[in-house]
Design a protein around this ligand. Structure first.
Ligand SMILES: *Cc1c(COP(=O)(O)O)cnc(C)c1O
Length: 463
C-alpha cells in the first residue's frame, strides 16, 4: 500500500505538559451577573469566573521545569545573592548591557529612570505611548510626544514595521524645542499599543545616527524586544540566517539603556530590571532603587525570582520557542482574517487586536465601543480580553479632556506556553459569534473614574 504524502508539515510547541491547572466554565447567566458586578470592566472580574484568560501576557507565563527547579536554589541573602549575579550575567550575555539594577517589575525601572533623566519641562519623544511609561514620564514633569510613523495609527495598514520611529517628526521636535530639552528618546520594540508591531533594525540604526548627532540618549523599552527580534528575522532582508539571540543583541546595541518588564518576554510571573552601559546613570539608579524598591542586589524581588528570570531569559531567546510563541498568535489572528473580522494588521507578536471601532461601527467612541466589545466577548464564552482605546488613553494632563485615540481596540493577549491550539479554536469561534451579533450591541457610560490609569478600575453601565 502506498501512503499519500502529507500536504504540509506542521510544527509543534517545543515543550510538553507536565502539570495541569483545571479550568471551569460557568453558565451564561452567571457570566452576565459577573460582568455586571464587575462594572463591565474585565479587570474587575474574578479570575475564577474566567474560562480562557487573554487579559494580558504579563506575568501569566508558564515556567519550565528548569525554572521551577531554579526556585529551590533561591539565595535569600539580603545582600549579594548569587541569583542576582546569575541574572546580571544573563542580561549582559543576551541583551548586552554592562550594568544591571533589578526592580520588582517594569514600572519600578521606569519610575527610577524617569526620576533620573527627566527634568520638569522636558520632552520625551517615543514610538507611541505605553500607559505606565508615559505616566512616569509625566509624573517626573516631562511631556510625551508621539513620533511613531503615521501607519501605526491605521489598523488596516500592512506596513511590516509599524513600530518605526518617524525620523522627520523627531527632527521637527528637536528643531522646535532643542536637543537639550529632550530627556531621551523612548523606543519600544514591539509597540504594545500599536498592536504588538515591530521596529526594523534599519530604523533603529538610523535613529541611533540621528541621536548621536544631537547627543540624545535612546532608552529601549525591552519588554518584548525578543518578539521584535523575531519579526526582524521574518521580515527584514539580511536577517533570515541569523539567530534570534544575535538579532536581539544587535538591536539593543543601538541603545544606551533599557527598562524591562520581565513578566512578558522573560517567561516569569514577576520581575523587571533597568540595564545600562552608562556608569553615571547606573550609580544614580543604584541610589534610588534602595529608596523605592529594595537593595540594589534584589530590587524588590526574592532571590528565587531572580533565578527564574535568569533561566527564563535563556529559554526566551530560543528560536523554536519564539516561532511557536508568535506562531500561536498568528494562528488565532489568521482565523479572524479568514472570516473577515476587522483586526489590526499585520498580526502582532503577543496579541490579536480586534478593531472595535469597525466592529461596533454604530457606537460613538464616547460610548467606549472597545470596552463594550470586551464585556460582550466575556459573556459569550468566558473569554477575557481588555480594552485598548479611549478608556486606556485617559485624559489630557493639561486640559483634563478625554483623549480619544484613533485606535479603539480590544486586545486578546496570549500568555506564553499556557494555552493550546484547541483553546485558540474556542476563542476564535466565540469572537465570530459575538461579531455576528454586533448590530445588537449597546454602548457604555462611565460611572466611576479613578484618577490614574483609569482603565484598571473604572466602572460602567450599559446605555
Ligand atoms: C507591561 C509593560 C510595561 C510595564 O511593566 P510592568 O511589569 O507591568 O510594570 C512597560 N512597557 C511595556 C511595553 C509593557 O508591555
Amino acid at each position: 500500500m502506498v501512503y499519500p504524502k502529507p500536504a504540509r508539515r506542521s510544527w509543534a510547541e517545543p515543550w510538553k505538559v507536565k502539570m495541569v491547572e483545571l479550568l471551569k466554565l460557568i453558565t451564561p447567566e452567571q457570566r452576565l451577573r459577573s460582568i455586571e458586578e464587575a462594572g463591565f470592566n474585565t479587570f474587575l472580574l474574578r479570575s475564577e469566573d474566567v474560562y480562557i484568560d487573554l487579559l494580558t501576557d504579563s506575568g501569566t507565563n508558564a515556567m519550565s521545569d528548569i525554572q521551577w527547579s531554579g526556585l529551590m536554589l533561591g539565595d535569600e541573602a539580603y545582600a549579594g545573592s548569587k541569583n542576582f549575579y546569575h541574572l546580571w550575567e544573563a542580561v549582559t550575555q543576551h541583551y548586552g548591557y554592562k550594568y544591571l539594577v533589578p526592580t520588582h517589575q517594569g514600572r519600578g525601572a521606569e519610575h527610577i529612570l524617569s526620576r533620573i533623566l527627566i527634568k520638569p519641562g522636558d520632552f520625551v519623544p517615543g514610538n507611541m505611548y505605553f500607559t505606565t511609561t508615559r505616566l512616569h514620564q509625566e509624573l517626573a514633569g516631562g511631556t510625551f510626544v508621539d513620533v511613531i510613523i503615521d501607519e501605526a495609527h491605521e489598523p488596516a495598514n500592512e506596513h511590516p514595521f509599524k513600530g518605526n520611529v518617524d525620523l522627520v517628526k523627531l527632527q521637527q521636535l528637536i528643531g522646535e524645542v532643542g536637543a537639550k530639552r529632550i530627556s531621551y528618546v523612548s523606543v519600544a520594540g514591539t509597540v504594545n499599543m500599536a498592536g504588538g508591531q515591530p521596529q526594523s533594525m534599519a530604523n533603529m540604526r538610523a535613529l541611533r545616527e540621528l541621536c548621536r548627532l544631537h547627543g540624545i540618549r535612546i532608552v529601549l523599552d525591552a519588554t518584548r524586544a525578543i518578539e521584535n527580534a523575531y519579526f526582524i528575522h521574518q521580515r527584514e532582508p539580511g536577517y533570515q540566517n541569523w539567530k534570534i539571540a544575535e538579532i536581539l543583541k544587535e538591536y539593543c546595541s543601538y541603545t544606551d539603556t533599557c527598562t524591562m518588564s520581565a513578566k512578558k518576554d522573560a517567561l516569569v510571573n514577576i520581575g523587571g530590571w533597568l540595564a545600562t552601559n552608562d556608569q553615571g546613570l547606573f550609580e544614580e539608579a543604584r541610589n534610588l532603587v534602595v529608596v523605592f524598591e529594595g537593595l540594589h542586589t534584589y530590587g524588590g524581588l526574592a532571590g528565587r525570582d531572580m533565578e527564574a528570570m535568569a533561566r527564563g531569559i535563556v529559554e526566551s531567546v530560543d528560536d523554536d520557542h519564539m516561532r511557536s510563541r508568535v506562531g500561536q498568535v498568528e494562528y488565532l489572528g489568521q482565523h479572524m482574517l479568514d472570516w473577515g473580522i476587522p483586526i489590526v494588521k499585520p498580526i502582532g507578536g503577543h496579541a490579536v487586536f480586534l478593531d472595535a471601532r469597525a466592529i461596533y461601527a454604530h457606537l460613538p467612541q464616547s460610548q467606549y465601543p472597545a470596552q463594550a466589545l470586551a464585556a460582550d466577548l466575556y459573556v459569550d464564552c468566558g473569554v477575557r480580553a481588555m480594552e485598548r482605546g479611549a478608556v486606556s488613553s485617559g485624559r489630557d494632563t493639561k486640559t483634563g479632556e478625554e483623549r480619544f485615540p484613533k485606535l479603539e481596540l480590544v486586545r486578546l493577549a496570549l500568555p506564553r506556553r499556557v494555552y493550546t491550539q484547541a483553546h485558540m479554536d474556542v476563542v476564535a469561534e466565540s469572537i465570530l459569534a459575538t461579531y455576528e451579533r454586533r448590530e445588537q450591541a449597546r454602548g457604555l457610560r462611565m460611572v466611576y473614574e479613578p484618577k490614574y490609569l483609569r482603565f484598571f478600575q473604572a466602572r460602567f453601565e450599559r446605555i
